[in-house]
Design a protein around this ligand. Structure first.
Ligand code: DGL
Length: 274
């Protein structure tokens, strides 16, 4: 048993899409979440920048005595999962791409056409292709970056004509040309537009990594005998910029009870300011 909180982090509010599935599967667990809303989006930044931001956040969470780090962000998982594991060899660190790939491999076979949508960095990394082909080398996979989704979602432009047009702009030709039948939402912000994607592409099966990562968390906690029981901690949500949208999202996923929302500014190390 271990009643310390689990540390979750993302570039912004996207990682919050993992919190409801966590509360459903593991209701005893408490979280400390960090969303880097002041510096979002990460998905079009240089990998070295993403890595330095991620290390800062991980340091902050570890200094808050979390028992596990969960990278609730595909972009960070694709960029520096191994670096984070090297920095914290004694803390279990869960990335989001492997649990999602395992799900895809379970529900598809050679005849399926899998589409991956994600940020520029995630798509350019080829991390999904690599993880999927390790599980099944015969899978047919295509991917496309959708860089405008995250800024719109962070602005709260979700159920709107602008979002529908943006979905069509990025995905319509992609789906048709590649005959996609299974789509992976390869960015934790995208579950927030899942219902629009389903409405526009009703025949496509959607895989939501934010729902898959919680099974990997459960398995790891179980393996290490680190499950929480009767914890009296409060769920705490930090953001580097407390936007109205972030606060609203937290209220909607937690119904506002047993929750603290806090501002936390992360200063860049001197060496990165020059
Ligand atoms: N939510 C993130 C992801 O899963 C990153 C989005 C961004 O900051 O560009 O990739």
């Amino acid at each position: 048993m271990d009643n310390r909180a689990i540390g979750f982090f993302d570039s912004g509010l996207g990682g919050l899409t993992c919190i409801a599935p966590l509360a459903k599967l593991l209701p005893e667990e408490k979280v400390i979440y960090f969303g880097d809303t002041a510096r979002t989006p990460y998905g079009s930044k240089a990998p070295a920048t993403i890595k330095s931001f991620s290390m800062q956040i991980a340091d902050f969470l570890v200094s808050n005595d979390v028992k596990m780090l969960v990278i609730a962000c595909n972009t960070i998982s694709a960029t520096c999962l191994d670096d984070l594991r090297e920095r914290y060899p004694d803390i279990p660190i869960i990335g989001i791409i492997t649990p999602a790939a395992e799900r895809v491999a379970r529900v598809t076979s050679m005849g399926n056409h899998i589409g991956i949508i994600g940020t520029k960095v995630t798509i350019a990394s080829g991390a999904y292709e690599k993880a999927l082909h390790e599980l099944n080398p015969d899978l047919s996979i295509s991917s496309v970056a959708c860089p405008a989704f995250v800024p719109l979602i962070e602005e709260g432009i979700i159920n709107s004509d602008i979002m529908d047009l943006t979905i069509r702009y990025y995905m319509e030709d992609f789906v048709l040309e590649n005959r996609i039948d299974t789509m992976v939402l390869g960015c934790t912000h995208y579950p927030l537009i899942k219902s629009s994607i389903e409405r526009i592409f009703p025949d496509i099966k959607i895989v939501n990594p934010s729902e898959e990562i919680v099974f990997a968390i459960r398995d790891e906690l179980f393996k290490r005998d680190m499950q929480a029981q009767g914890s009296t901690l409060t769920n705490t949500f930090y953001a580097s910029d407390l936007s109205e949208n972030f606060i609203r999202m937290i209220e909607s996923i937690t119904s506002g009870s047993d929750v603290e929302v806090k501002f936390k500014n992360l200063e860049l190390p001197e060496s990165s300011k020059k």
